[in-house]
Ligand binder design. Structure first.
Ligand code: SF4
Length: 332
């Protein structure tokens, strides 16, 4: 790990300024909260910030109702707290289930809502500085495309990067149509989570719309859809402490045997948490049955492009979608 300058912030405004000046003017500065991604990557020399600003002192650790009937999760709410919060378990089960399916209890006790939004890929070449990686070192090449890519993405990739977004939380937030709240040098802004992540294209090192100096202050969940059921299904190599090969977050409302409302997001197969508008179009207004679910799954994976080792994910993701929709509608 390389030496870095450290400071602590106790207000959001202060977070934008470190001992060396405005954080916005220092692309090599990083905020740290739970540290479950950043510190690991610093030990591996993948992240080499010159300045680290600890934001654990910011007053962003609450869950509060919004005037619109939803919930606001402060950026520093710990994953365990969110997953076990009564209103989250009751009204946003998909989020609770997604969080509890990831990492370990110890990590969930530290990891935060805001940090999880910025979780970096688990592509093995990204984490190993002996290999070329466009995401770590722009322009250096991609070792995964012709290398070991079993865990990597079949949706949203480019010739420069096919790394998956590893988060479970973010897949659920996508299905819930959550909004990310951001504070930066130019003031406040809000970004729908589905627009927060960038496709890799020719700049895979740019993963989100966040600009230097901007800090995530929270996430709002819209008012729950009355009568809808939500669910997270995660398929992986082992039952715990493992990243998804494929996962599906669904929010579905069925009325009289027909699907009135559907939101579908996929994890483990996309370069970002993958909202499938194609699947949703195949579902809404149709009968809630196996044939409809399969058509939705086919639509969701229509543009999938396998690499040498991950073609199995395409059928796996389809089955994951069908099973998630079946389970979510079985008692509807
Ligand atoms: Fe790096 Fe992306 Fe290629 Fe992995 S897939 S080696 S993260 S450029």
């Amino acid at each position: 790990m390389e030496a870095f300058k450290f400071s602590r912030a106790t207000t959001v405004e202060q977070a934008a300024v470190s001992g060396k000046g405005p954080v916005a003017a220092m692309p090599e500065a990083r905020f740290v909260a739970g540290g479950t991604t950043l510190i690991d990557l610093m030990k591996l020399n993948v992240e080499r910030p010159k300045v680290v600003v600890d934001i654990n002192g910011l007053p962003l650790d609450k869950i509060e109702p919004t005037p619109e009937g939803g919930l606001r999760l402060g950026a520093l709410t710990r994953n365990s707290y969110v997953a076990n919060y009564d209103a989250v378990k009751r009204d946003y089960a998909v989020l609770s289930e997604a969080i509890l399916s990831g990492a370990s209890p110890q990590l969930r006790n530290m990891a935060t809502t805001g940090g999880n939004l910025l979780q970096r890929t688990r592509c093995p070449y990204f984490r190993d500085t002996a290999h070329a990686c466009n995401k770590r070192e722009p322009g250096s090449g991609c070792s995964a495309i012709d290398g070991h890519n079993r865990m990597l993405a079949v949706l949203g990739g480019s010739k420069d990067c096919i790394a998956t977004n590893p988060s479970d939380q973010n897949v659920a937030l996508t299905a819930l149509e959550a909004t990310v709240h951001i504070h930066g040098p130019k003031g406040e802004r809000m970004v729908p989570v589905n627009e927060f992540y960038l496709l890799p294209g020719s700049t895979p090192h740019k993963e989100t719309v966040l600009e230097p100096g901007e800090v995530i202050t929270g996430v709002t969940l819209p008012k729950p859809v009355a009568g809808a059921k939500s669910l997270y299904l995660k398929l992986r190599d082992r039952a715990a402490y493992e990243f998804a090969l494929s996962s599906a977050a669904v929010v579905v409302k069925v009325n009289g045997g027909r699907i009135e409302y559907a939101r579908v997001a996929l994890g483990g197969v996309g370069t970002r948490p993958w909202r499938s508008l194609e699947a949703e179009r195949e579902l809404e207004g149709k009968r809630a049955d196996a044939a409809t679910f399969r058509r939705a799954a086919e639509a969701a994976l229509r543009d999938a492009k396998p690499a040498s080792e991950n073609g199995f994910k395409i059928e796996l993701a389809k089955r994951c979608i069908v099973r998630a929709l079946t389970n979510a509608t079985v008692s509807a």
